[in-house]
Design a protein around this ligand. Sequence first.
Ligand code: FE2
Length: 277
Amino acid sequence: MTNPDATTDADAPLSAYEKAPTDGSAVDPRCVPQELDGPPPIGDEIVPPDYDEESQENWRFLFQRQMALLQGRAGEAYLEGVSTLGMTPDRLPYLKDLSRNMEEAAGWKIARIPGLLHERDFFGLLNDRVFPSTDYIRRKDELDYTPAPDCFHDMFGHMPMLTEPAFADFYHLFGQSALNAEGVDRQSLERLHWFTVEFGLIQQEEGMRIFGAGILSSKNEVQHALSDKVEKVPFSVERVINQEYEVWDLQPLLFVLDSFEQLENEFGEWARSRGLL
Ligand SMILES: [Fe+2]
């Protein structure tokens, strides 16, 4: 998982990831953000790992199970992105291959990172149109849920959307803005990230569809997100930045875009109005 949610800003409000889980359990140490100790390898610089058979099996199982659930639920841009990137259940993709395809589609590259990043490093990479990704996959006993970052979330959840040009440009604007944001603007950006990149919905001609990585890579969220149990609210930046959320429960409320151009334009307008761009 790559998220900007943990902050060290003394004057910024506590981020959702820093609040204790509601079931009283401790925060998983793998969810504590780390600082990079040098520039991470990008694109062709990334040496592919030698995946063992269990990793390949876990990828195959997760990919097939999730793709079956995504039929009629995932957005068109996402599904096209999966095929543009050349992701299949057959084998765990290499980051350098995904990076090449992603760069061709919308000008983004991939960096290999060791785990959850400190927000400064995370935003800095987004600002360079580089998406930070892990390249190890969750364990067999975590197939249904893991709070920790892994490449099923990063690759399968996030990367396909970065081939969609307007979404890709929005995410770049997000990275630029985040580097300049302080205090309450940090919290606004955190909420915007959560309700779009991680948990966004979009209205298509044939119905409402999912494009957020947090839903797309989760068995439970994907079955929950479009159900009547979730309140759906038309997207507006003002409404999103005033909406709290919990990271440890199924989401009770989600926002719905009309288009990715709407996201890019309304976000850009807001960020300029706050002096972040
Ligand atoms: Fe994520």
